[in-house]
Design a protein around this ligand. Structure first.
Ligand code: SF4
Length: 302
């Protein structure tokens, strides 16, 4: 079998910086209570590794972020790489919490751009994923921002004179292109700014270049939008066997029957250690014909 690493893949600069900030915070404040509002980045293993450093991820599907902030009385609250709404930022301040904002600069740039267009009187059509924290932070800015998930989202919209189209940073290149074309049929004068970040774009473009894969593993968390988009793009390119796996522990050896060429990629929020472990396990299987489910050492992740 040929086992190939997709380049680029794995951690992006926004994720690296967010993790670095939180680790430095723990070093500077060894005794402080540190909470992250939601997952710092979309990867359960990273949240587990942070929890080993006594950094608590506040995540409860039955509670809003506002309610989660309400539960904390003191300490430091970290806002994740996906960005935060102005209201939640204000609420944390009012509670007297210290704040570390780990918002990725690309996400922040999109938020600023949207605010500028709103001031100019534009109605904003934001292509993104419902309930994703990045999209939720953006939608909270103004009622003049409308989430576009697919073409049916246009049904409820009115005929606006000034329309600005933009998007969540981790969407797929193809999806955005198709949706923008559909939106422009309805609003021909709409102005578009493509906000897919460079890390997302380059990881997707690398998939487009693959022509000989029998199998593609995308190592990433099921909640990671950019990992899911890598999977979708690979499928749309005709790669028949595409698997989103959290780690080498999810590999099903039955999937490797009659396979010659395997590619391994990983989302921007996936530790490179997990991607490289998948490659190692596959190489070992190819060489010796044995498959050993590996242990994941959390301290090596971040
Ligand atoms: S995927 Fe892009 S927007 Fe998200 S954290 Fe990484 S660099 Fe920032």
């Amino acid at each position: 079998m040929e086992i190939k690493k997709v380049i680029p893949s794995g951690f992006c600069i926004g994720v690296i910086e967010a993790i670095k900030k939180v680790k430095e915070l723990r070093k500077d404040e060894p005794n402080a209570k540190i909470y992250i509002l939601g997952h710092l980045v979309h990867n359960e293993y990273i949240s587990d590794a942070l929890s080993k450093m006594d950094i608590i991820t506040l995540d409860d599907k039955d509670k809003s972020k506002e309610e989660l902030i309400e539960m904390i009385d003191d300490g430091i609250i970290v806002f994740s790489a996906h960005g935060i709404s102005d209201d939640l930022y204000k609420k944390a301040k009012e509670k007297g919490l210290r704040i570390l904002d780990a918002t990725c600069p690309f996400v922040y740039k999109t938020q600023c751009l949207i605010k500028d267009r709103l001031k100019e009187g534009y109605e904003v059509l934001y292509i993104g994923k419902d309930k994703h924290p990045e999209a939720m932070a953006v939608l909270s800015i103004s009622p003049h921002i409308h989430l576009i998930e697919d073409k049916s989202s246009l049904n409820d919209l009115q005929d606006y004179s000034k329309v600005f189209i933009t998007n969540q940073t981790t969407m797929s290149i193809t999806e955005i292109e198709q949706l923008v074309n559909i939106i422009k049929e309805r609003y021909p004068k709409a102005v578009f700014s493509d906000e897919i970040c460079s890390a997302t774009r380059m990881r997707q473009e690398a998939i487009y270049k693959i022509t000989d894969a029998d199998v593609l593993y995308v190592v990433g968390d099921p909640t990671s939008n950019n990992s899911n988009k890598l999977k979708e793009i690979a499928k749309s390119r005709g790669i028949k066997k595409v698997y989103l796996i959290r780690s080498a522990q999810d590999i099903d050896i039955q999937d490797l029957k009659d396979v010659s060429v395997i590619y391994v990629t990983s989302g921007a929020s996936t530790p490179n250690y997990l991607r490289d472990q998948v490659i190692e396990v596959l190489k070992e299987y190819d060489k010796k014909g044995t498959f050993k489910v590996p242990e994941i050492i959390l301290s090596k992740l971040i």
